[in-house]
Each structure stands twice: as C-alpha cells, then as structure tokens.
Design a protein around this ligand. Structure first.
Ligand SMILES: [Ca+2]
Ligand SMILES: [Ca+2]
Length: 679
C-alpha cells in the first residue's frame, strides 16, 4: 500500500508541468504556464474508497440524546490499557511499541507497585499492538504473560491482539493547547486594498502616463477597509482572516512591464517597495494611524490580519538600494544583463535575476542584507501586532532568509506571548507540482503552508469546467490531504490576483482554461462582461462547497464571492462592487456565507477525516467525521439532477435547504451541493 502511494506521487510530480513565477513583480505578467499536463494528471480509477457505514457501529442517533458516544473517526479512537511486567532485580522498566507514532523511540516509564511494574497507555482502538520492555535502559525484555510474534526480518515482539473497549477515547491529531489559535480554523480573504473600498478621497493617488486606468490607483484605502470590517461585512460572510496587500510605501512613478510587455503600470499593487520604514506606510492607502485603526477593528471582531510582504526586491528609487548597492545583485552579471526571462533564467537564476530593470533583487547571500531585511519584516509585525505574513514569490529568495525569519519571529515575537501563538507564514509558489510547493513547507523552520495550486487545478477542472470526473477529484484530494506533512496548514483556493476571474471558467462555455492564456489575451481589450446565467454561479457555489468542507485554511479572493467578472491581470482586479449586484451575485454570496457558517460550527469540515461514500463522474458523496461531529456532503456537478447513493439510513437535516431527508438514495439537483447532519 505504501509503495503504491509513493509510485503515484512520483507519477504525479513527473507529469506536472512546472510553472515559472513572475508573481509579484507586477511589472509583467509573463508567467510561462508551461505545457498542459497529460491525461494522467489525475490518477484515475479507484475513486470510491467508501467502506459503508457499519464498521464502527456509528449510526445517526435517531434524535435521542443518550444514543451512545459521540462519533469519532475509527483512526482517532483509543483504549486505555494497562501493561504489567513482573518485578525482578531490574532498577527501571520502559514500555516501548507501536501504540503511538514515536512509541519505539520514546518509551513510557513504568511504575513499581508491589510485585509488578505497571503503565497505563492509550492504544489504538481495534488494532494489533507490538511492544517490548526496555529494562535498566539497555536490555530488551519480553512480556512473559503475552504471546510473541516474529516478523520476516526476524524481529520478535510481544503482540497484543486488537482491543475494542466499550467507551473508546477520541484523540484528535494536531490538537493544540488551550488558548493557542488553530490556523486550521482560519478562512482567509485577500483584500486588494486599492480595489476594495475608498474610504477617504483625500488620499487618492494618480500616476500619469500609465497605459490604462486599470493599472492606476483606484482609491481604495485602509479607511475603506476598516469601514467594511466595522459594518461586519467579513463577519457576516464568515471570514476570520484578512490578507492585505503590501502596506509599505511604494514608488510613485510609472514603470514599463518586463520583457515584451510595453504597457506602463503604477504601484497600486504594492510590489515596488521604496520606503521600508513601518512608521511611514503607503500614503495612497492612508496613514500609519489608519492602518493601526484597521487592525484594531479587525482584532475587535476576532479577525486576524496577514500582511503581504515583498522581500524579493525593492524599487530602484529605494534609499536602502541607493545607499547599500552591495546588498543587491547587480543587474549585470559580467556580459549578462540578468533580467529574469532575458539573459537570466526565471528558474536557474531565480534567486538573483531582476524581474525588470527597476526592481533590484536582494542579495541574501550577504549576511548584513539578510539581517536588515529579516529585521524589517519583524519590525512590521511588531509595529502593527499582526498575526501572520503572506510571503510573495518565495522561490526567489534564499532559504536562509526564510529560516532566519522563522527564528527571529520565535525569539522576538512569540517568546513574549503567553501562551505562545503560532505565527502564520503562508507562501506563494506558483506551481502545479506538489514537490515545488512542499519544499518550503515546514512549520518549525520555514512556512506553515502555501497556496495550494494543485488543488485549485483539480477543483477547476472537475467542478467548474467539467473536464475531469468527480472520481478523479476524490482520488486527487485523498492523496493531496497528507502531501505536505501532518502539521502543515495549506491554503486551498480557486481564484487569485494572477489568474483570470474564475466565474468565466464556470460558464456553460468556459472563456479560457488553465493553459490557453486566453484570460491574458483579453486582459486589456475585449474584456468579458459580467456573466448573467445562473449556471455559472451555481458551479462556482459548488466549488466553494468542496473548498469549505475540506481541510486547510481556504482563501477567498475579493469579489469571487460575487462571481466578479474579469480576464487576466490587470482585468482581474476591478473595483469591488458595493451596489448594483444581480440576484445571481447575492445568491452566490449568501451561499458562501451559509457554507462558512456550516464550516464554523462543524469541526469535521476543518479537521475531520473524509471518507468517500459514493463517487461517479458527476457526483460525490463524502462523510466528514471528527470528535463528536459527523456530516455528509453531496456534490452534483452535472447539468442534470442525479441520484446519489451511500447516505446511511436515518433521518437528516439538510443544512443548505433546511429540509428533512431520509437516508438511502438521495436526489441532488443539477449543479447543487447538499450537506446532511443526522437528526
Ligand atoms: Ca482613498
Ligand atoms: Ca508611495
């Protein structure tokens, strides 16, 4: 089984096209999207892992209060069991075994009581346990009262046959100490500050000579965002974390796009930092006091705040560059003009090439440069008391910068907290290869997680574009769930600021796919109008039903809760509409809100174990279970009503329609999701 999984992962990594990131420069959108992966992108077949409902004796409780213990995934159940060893002339005895993941290396010290050494430990429910005793810290000894078993490698252990205790404990993996925020509970919303809400016309900026109003400042600011926080827009929507664009002061001049892009842009996006001082943030968005007020409002509503942090480069007008040129790579490398995508390569020169000729790339092999930059990131954190950072284009900085940052956050920020929180570092590596993304994920030394581009692709292909089967999505997600390590908190998403707006991929005839670049072709001219057919909105709602009932800290790109229209960058950054919404748009937003309320009240959606009950080309029914919580999610991405099998007998409340439903075969209308909880 293990071998099969490894083979599949290697296959997965091999067939995926690796993408090159120009993310964050915003001088250019020359992302090379590579070649489309072939049909084996998804590992087809064997999508229905459902093993029915009867194995654990768990059933909907029929509405009675005392119907038995709360539901618990089989894998989390444990039984408290006593182990004993007869007292001899030894001075210490440890119990070691596979009753827990580190049980062979970290023993449980046994206590001497009368004629026996004893230890009471939690062992997995209904699973065979192998164990031995270590006496005096040196000698392996067997339990004389229990049988032994010798494996093919000639290792002999005691064996305890599977135990089914009457009242098993439920031990959730990854549970945190009281008072420590669990980032698996986060729902992130990306606020593109300049495009969100203009709360103060007096601070509006205008850069002359840019190619379109789409790439000039539009007036959004921190006061406008604060107003929406205060008006409970995010609380009503179900969002509890905001990622806001880079707050550092940016260059005030125009800049030409990189490479073949001859358009002129402004720094409305925040990725051309000029003044790094946290006390003097971008005046086009407000004052330091405005930014602090925004954060106070957010925290007052239990909303966390992540700043976007741009650490790959500064603008050439930055004083830190003009005064410390050796802290930056030279634009010229001998004979080469080291611009990414020109004489230097986006990949092989990733950590030194300039995105364009006015964006000097930090040289983090220089210790003083690295120390200055890391200190600056920490200064932003402490000045504003934020909860995490989103790190732009992480593959373009040396690893040492990231590990230094993690270390300094631990010593300078977390060490002063009680209890110590988890400072959330989420990165962006624009790739559909899990291996590229995973490289930076290590909550103890690097990132807590990254945006999950492979999951995004799977969701878009199956639910929005209907190009691949739901069974392929199920198989992909089963493999993807553990792909980044047990402690990672990945951020799955559907849309972001570098991709054409996803509503157009959900239309009856999608306007572009992942590989055609047609979203870019319409970014400046022939821009798409707002879709009006309900079907596109229903498909997007369906994708959200999957996104919001699965693990990770999901990301919602501003406007995508309304199915906002737009081609590729820069048309994917239109001003957020606050009036004139269609019924389809408000219905979609209401559905997002309902799904996020379900997510908030059901831990099984955030950290539960998922089991496929039935899956076909167009439908998927899965069970989610966590300690004391169990629900079923049915998705029909097809354009006709479908019968879905696998919902166990019993009575349920369907949470999206408030209907009472009887288990068995259920009917799910075209392009709809359903969420069932036992009554
Ligand atoms: Ca403004
Ligand atoms: Ca500025």
């Amino acid at each position: 089984m293990t071998k099969l999984v490894i083979v599949k992962r290697q296959l997965f990594a091999n067939v995926l096209a690796v993408l090159v990131c120009a993310c964050g420069s915003d001088a250019s959108r020359t992302v090379d999207r590579g070649q489309p992966p072939d049909a084996s992108f998804f590992n087809p077949g064997n999508g229905s892992g459902g093993d029915g409902y009867g194995s654990g004796g768990q059933k909907p409780d029929g509405g009675t209060v005392d119907a038995g213990p709360p539901p618990c995934p089989e894998e989390w159940k444990a039984c408290k069991e006593a182990f004993t060893y007869p007292v001899g002339n030894e001075t210490s005895v440890e119990l070691r075994g596979d009753f827990r993941s580190d049980g062979w290396t970290n023993g449980v010290a046994m206590l001497k009581s009368g004629n026996a050494w004893t230890a009471s430990v939690n062992i997995p429910y209904n699973k065979k346990v192998l164990y031995k005793f270590l006496t005096n810290g040196t000698t392996w000894t067997f339990d004389p009262a229990q049988p032994t078993i010798t494996d093919a490698s000639n290792n002999t252990n005691n064996v305890r046959e599977p135990v089914k205790c009457a009242a098993p404990l439920c031990e959730e993996p990854g549970a945190l100490a009281a008072g420590v925020y669990d980032w698996r509970d986060a729902v992130i919303y990306f606020v593109f500050v300049d495009r969100f809400n203009d709360g103060n016309a007096a601070n509006n900026c205008n850069v002359s000579g840019v190619s379109s109003s789409l790439v000039n400042y539009m007036g959004g600011d921190w006061a406008g965002l604060k107003k929406k926080i205060d008006d409970s827009y995010f609380s009503d929507l179900g969002v509890n974390t905001l990622w806001i664009t880079v707050p550092a002061d940016n260059a005030d001049e125009k800049g030409k796009g990189a490479g073949q892009d001859n358009n002129f842009y402004s720094a409305y996006h925040g990725y051309w930092p000029k003044t790094l001082d946290p006390k003097s943030p971008e005046s086009c968005f407000g004052t330091a006091a405005d930014l602090k007020a925004l954060i106070a409002s957010a925290h007052g509503k239990s909303i966390k705040v992540l700043f976007d942090y741009a650490m790959v480069h500064v603008h050439k007008s930055a004083q830190v560059f003009t005064q410390n040129p050796t802290w930056f790579w030279s634009q010229y490398d001998g004979a080469r003009n080291c611009i990414c995508g020109q004489d230097c390569d986006w990949n092989t020169d990733a950590k030194r090439c300039w995105f364009t000729d006015y964006l000097p790339h930090w040289n983090y092999t220089s210790a003083p440069a690295r120390a200055y930059s890391v200190q600056n990131a920490v200064d932003w954190v402490t000045e504003y008391g934020i909860d995490g950072l989103r790190l732009d284009a992480i593959k373009h900085v040396d690893d040492q910068w990231l590990t230094d940052l993690r270390g300094k956050l631990t010593t300078d920020v977390l060490a002063k907290q009680s209890p110590q929180q988890r400072f959330f570092l989420v990165g962006e590596t624009f790739s559909y290869a899990q291996s590229d993304i995973k490289y930076y994920v290590d909550p103890s030394a690097k990132l807590d997680g990254q945006f999950d581009f492979p999951e995004r692709l799977a969701l878009v292909k199956s639910v929005l574009m209907r190009k691949s089967d739901m069974s392929e999505l199920a198989t992909f997600l089963d493999q993807n769930d553990g792909a980044y390590g047990a402690n990672a908190v990945m951020s799955p998403f559907i849309g972001n600021h570098d991709l054409g707006r996803v509503i157009h991929m959900a239309e009856d005839a999608p306007l572009w796919d992942e590989w055609s670049n047609n979203d870019k072709a319409r970014a400046w001219t022939n821009q798409p109008t707002q879709p009006t057919t309900a079907s596109a909105f229903e498909r997007l709602a369906n994708a959200y039903a999957v996104l919001f009932t699965n693990r990770g800290a999901p990301l919602l790109y501003y406007g995508d809760e309304l199915g906002l229209a737009g081609a590729g960058d820069p048309d994917n950054r239109r001003m957020m509409p606050w009036s004139g919404l269609s019924a389809n748009q408000t219905t979609l937003r209401d559905r997002v809100s309902t799904l996020l309320k379900i997510r908030a009240s059901h831990p099984a959606t955030r950290r539960g174990k998922r089991t496929t009950m039935s899956v076909t080309s167009a439908t998927w029914l899965y069970k989610l279970s966590a300690t004391g919580d169990e629900l079923y999610v049915a998705i029909n991405r097809g354009d006709v009503s479908s019968t879905v099998t696998g919902l166990p007998s019993g009575n349920y409340t369907e949470l999206l329609t408030n209907a009472t439903v009887v288990g068995g075969s259920i009917t799910v209308p075209a392009r709809q999701a359903r969420v069932y909880v036992g009554k």
